[in-house]
Design a protein around this ligand. Structure first.
Ligand SMILES: [Fe+2]
Ligand SMILES: [Fe+2]
Length: 258
């Protein structure tokens, strides 16, 4: 089985690039299953039903989220209804799927989303349970599946590496999202594929998706300039992981920065 995992899709430039590159890679690489992080799809902040539908229409099988779950107030009533949307399972004040199981071509594939504890902001300090405890609870419920993918949405590289050490040999893939910068540490340990961050499918000439002029005002000046998603050309950041269907172990992991 070959799985394509796409890093945080940011705004219209990211969505356009996603369409172009899924059209290409799904065929060229004979992809069986595709997971996209969509937490920045709606103009850089959160996701709406229309972006959810758009991403699925391009060929994604599951969409994961992250800290942007609070930006779209109207969406808090919708998350639980969207069958292919996964929100962080350890967020305690929102209702939605913390994991989903998708059956495709006779394979049962679980997709989990968790959020880190470090550097994610006040809202998460108060409303997030321990991701390490939460994943053990979820794995107890997932005894009957063939493959398990975890999108660990976290700021701290150390926390993501600790999650790898905690889970290697137990699940199919642990990958980081959220920093929007792809790391070059992809590896396979005990049949588990891992990368600290998949990166961003969004405007390269920006500050992780934010219009660069605004980002500079925020960093250099004292002005709390209003968020605006960059409209510059996007880059496609992803990984492709291949599995042996007999052993269910990862045999290769490849980074894409296109
Ligand atoms: Fe993001
Ligand atoms: Fe994020």
């Amino acid at each position: 089985m070959k799985v394509l995992i796409v890093g945080d899709v940011v705004g219209r430039p990211g969505l356009n690039k996603l369409k172009e590159k899924l059209d290409q890679y799904m065929v060229e690489e004979k992809i069986d299953f595709c997971i996209v992080n969509g937490e920045n799809a709606a103009n850089g902040r959160g996701i709406r039903v229309k972006e959810y539908q758009e991403i699925l229409s391009y060929g994604a099988d599951a969409i994961t989220m992250g800290n942007h779950i609070y930006y779209r107030k109207e969406m808090t009533q919708e998350y639980a209804k969207l069958k292919r949307l996964v929100i962080p399972a350890n967020v305690t004040n929102l209702v939605g799927n913390g994991y989903i199981v998708v059956e495709k071509n006779k394979r049962k594939i679980a997709v989990i989303n968790l959020i880190g504890k470090f550097g994610m902001g006040d809202m998460f300090e108060k409303n997030t349970s321990d991701p390490f405890e939460k994943i053990m609870e979820i794995l107890e419920e997932l005894k009957e599946v063939d493959y398990i993918f975890l999108d660990f949405h976290a700021e701290a590289t150390a926390e993501k590496i600790a999650m790898r050490l905690f889970l290697e040999g137990k699940i199919s893939c642990i990958y980081g999202t959220h920093t929007h910068v792809q790391t070059a540490d992809e590896m396979i340990r005990q049949g588990t594929a891992y990368i600290t961050d998949v990166g961003m499918t969004g405007p390269l000439d920006s500050v992780i998706g934010l219009k660069k002029e605004i980002a500079l005002k925020r960093f250099i000046g004292k002005e709390r300039a209003k968020y605006e998603c960059s409209e510059n050309e996007a880059c496609f950041n992803a990984i492709i992981v291949e599995y042996d269907d007999k052993t269910k172990k990862a045999v290769s992991i490849k980074r894409i920065y296109d």
